[in-house]
Design a binder for this molecule. Structure first.
Ligand SMILES: [Fe+2]
Ligand SMILES: [Fe+2]
Length: 307
């Protein structure tokens, strides 16, 4: 794979320049060149970094998360998950970066982290398997540190080059996590690279068939939170009902599995049914927001760059 845009870390160092080939030799070099503070320093739990614990608790009080997260889920999240997920400091610093530069992404990554943790616990057979799942959730968009902030915050349609730059966050996240975690096979690195892939191969960056259930859980939580959140490119978020209907239609088209969608629907119901017994209607009754510019690509005057 050729990297189309530079991959830049939080300190502004260029790890890979545009046009570099991302092969096993490059990955090996990236993995073995992690910063000294990572090799020497003890990992820190996510709950002890900055105001993460307090901020996340605040986000979970807003609808629809206050329905999804009952008391037991919050206890699990604030205890076992927060204490079980340890990361090198530079990885956690990305949270601080987003809090300052892109508050939408900060809120989004914490909510995807929380949601994928409880869905992972519910769906995975081994009780301890939720740990890598939880660890991966809050780093899925870490590659956005390599995307210029004005592109992240643009309120009008992106031009093709900007769109490609935004999609670059998947590959950039993979490269950054190979570097920071010293392991290209770490679930978090795979999630960063593959969370925009779809089961029927219609996603990016590689257009592969998304078959890994762990990655798919994060992908579904990512879509759900993106739909129901305030975004720069539309006047209002999706209503919760229309967001769940959108996910249902993605399952119908083969982009997501029914099981993952069913569990999200079950968590939105009170009283909550066992997700295996939860029926999902394919009828569309919710309202989709007006002026939603997502995916709309503007004309580009400059010629595309040859790479
Ligand atoms: Fe993403
Ligand atoms: Fe995301």
């Amino acid at each position: 794979m050729i990297v189309r845009f530079p991959v830049v870390d939080l300190e502004g160092r260029c790890l890979l320049s545009a046009g570099s080939r991302l092969d096993s030799e490059t990955l090996q070099a990236l993995s073995s060149s992690s910063p000294p503070e990572i090799r020497r320093g003890a990992p820190i739990t996510i709950g002890d970094y900055g105001s993460v614990r307090r901020d996340l608790l605040g986000f979970l009080k807003e609808p629809p998360y206050r329905i999804i997260f009952d008391e037991g889920s919050i206890r699990f999240l604030m205890g076992a998950v927060m204490d079980g997920c340890r990361f090198p400091l530079p990885v956690l610093r990305s949270l601080g970066y987003f809090k300052i530069n892109d508050s939408y992404t900060y809120r989004h990554i914490l909510l995807v982290f929380a949601l994928s943790s409880i869905l992972g616990k519910e769906l995975l057979e081994d009780d301890r398997d939720w740990i890598p799942e939880a660890m991966a959730g809050h780093m899925h968009d870490i590659g956005k540190v390599s995307v210029p902030v004005p592109i992240l915050q643009k309120t009008c349609p992106l031009i093709p080059r900007e769109r490609a730059y935004l999609e670059h966050h998947t590959v950039a996240g993979f490269v950054l996590l190979c570097h920071y975690l010293g392991d290209g096979k770490h679930l978090a690195a795979r999630v960063a690279r593959d969370h925009h892939e779809r089961r029927n191969g219609t996603g990016y960056p590689r257009g592969i068939l998304l078959e890994d259930r762990l990655v798919e859980i994060v992908a579904a939580c990512d879509i759900y939170d993106a739909l129901i959140s305030q975004r720069p490119y539309r006047d209002a978020p999706y209503e919760n009902r229309s967001a769940l209907e959108e996910l249902t239609h993605m399952a119908r088209r083969g982009e997501l599995s029914w099981e993952v969608v069913r569990i999200l629907v079950a968590y939105n119901r009170t009283p909550r049914p066992p997700f295996q017994e939860c029926t999902v209607s394919t009828e569309r009754r919710g309202k989709v927001p007006k002026h939603n510019l997502y995916g709309v690509v503007a004309e580009e005057d400059e010629p595309e760059e040859d790479t």
